[in-house]
Ligand binder design. Structure first.
Ligand SMILES: C[S@@+](CC[C@H](N)C(=O)[O-])C[C@H]1O[C@@H](n2cnc3c(N)ncnc32)[C@H](O)[C@@H]1O
Length: 269
């Protein structure tokens, strides 16, 4: 049986892999909302926004399987098994993930496990953090004058080292978005400069993107690491590097949190 996506509704014995967006509840898709309202059980991650969870009906079972850095409440194999068992028990399962399930979200791994177990599934895209953060920070990720290429990379370290294709990343006219890169910001910026990126290239770290307490630290590749010591980061953060970040000076529109906790208009008007 094939589903018509426009009429997709929660089905018993099925897993709906759903993107929750970057945090703000009103960035959820209508399809995601419908499935959340019809689910028997919602299995969710740490980065799903609290306001999104408020949209789950109170009688619906919720299971937190959140992952902290290097520390899983439930290991990935356990999450896969849980989804399979719930679906086999005839539940309408929503597997809710922050952002988009297919962007650094292990959505593919979970679907492979479901496919191998013969459990039916479908996928609902979500607004990935890069899009949510860039929109709220006034940074157009592509621009005819500045960036014709956009790359998403992970700054997650292996043995303390970020392993990326540095020569490809320093090519001109592109924007680099680094997920999970805040802890490694110093090494990341140093490697880019060592491979030829102009140290004056604009760079920003966007924390808690799309939330009312979003904070953007705009600097250059040379100066960003000095402005974001680890201890000052309280929420999820993305790094955006490229000339488009400089447009923020004119395009920022959101009143953001500043150091002393007060709000300041990023741009007058
Ligand atoms: C495991 S990845 C999941 C990405 C997610 N699937 C997506 O599409 O956004 C987690 C990383 O996404 C980024 N992230 C997620 N939500 C964010 C937010 N609201 N603001 C800034 N960065 C965010 C951070 O870099 C965080 O470490």
């Amino acid at each position: 049986m094939t589903d018509q996506p426009e009429t997709l509704s929660a089905a018993p014995g099925r897993v709906h892999l759903v993107g929750a967006g970057p945090g703000a509840a009103d960035l959820l898709t209508l399809r995601a909302l419908r499935l959340l309202q019809q689910a028997d059980v919602v299995v969710y991650d740490r980065l799903v926004g609290p306001d999104v969870l408020e949209l789950v009906p109170p009688q619906t079972e919720t299971i937190f399987v959140g992952k902290m850095r290097d520390r899983h409440v439930l290991p990935q194999a356990g999450i896969n098994q849980l989804l399979i068992s719930l679906a086999r028990a005839g539940k309408r399962v929503v597997r809710l993930k922050g952002g988009d399930p297919f962007i650094f979200g292990r959505g593919g791994e979970e679907l492979e496990a479901l496919a191998a177990a013969g459990v039916p599934f479908d996928v609902v895209p979500g607004i990935t953090a890069a899009l949510g953060c860039a929109a709220h920070a006034g940074v157009p990720l592509t621009h005819r004058d500045h960036a014709q290429t956009l790359v998403f990379v992970t700054g997650h370290t292996k043995d303390g080292e970020v392993e990326l294709d540095w020569p490809a990343l320093v090519r001109p006219h592109q924007t680099i978005v680094v997920y999970m890169g805040a802890k490694a910001v110093a090494g990341l910026c140093a490697k880019l400069v060592a491979h030829g990126l102009d140290p004056a290239t604009p760079a920003a770290l966007i924390e808690n993107g799309s939330y009312p307490h979003q904070r953007t630290i705009a600097a250059t590749v040379a100066t960003l690491p000095g402005q974001v010591p680890d201890r000052r980061l309280l929420g999820p953060a993305l790094i955006v590097i490229g000339k488009v970040v400089g447009l923020r000076a004119r395009l920022a529109w959101l009143a953001e949190r500043v150091e002393d906790g007060a709000l300041a208009a990023s741009r007058a008007g």
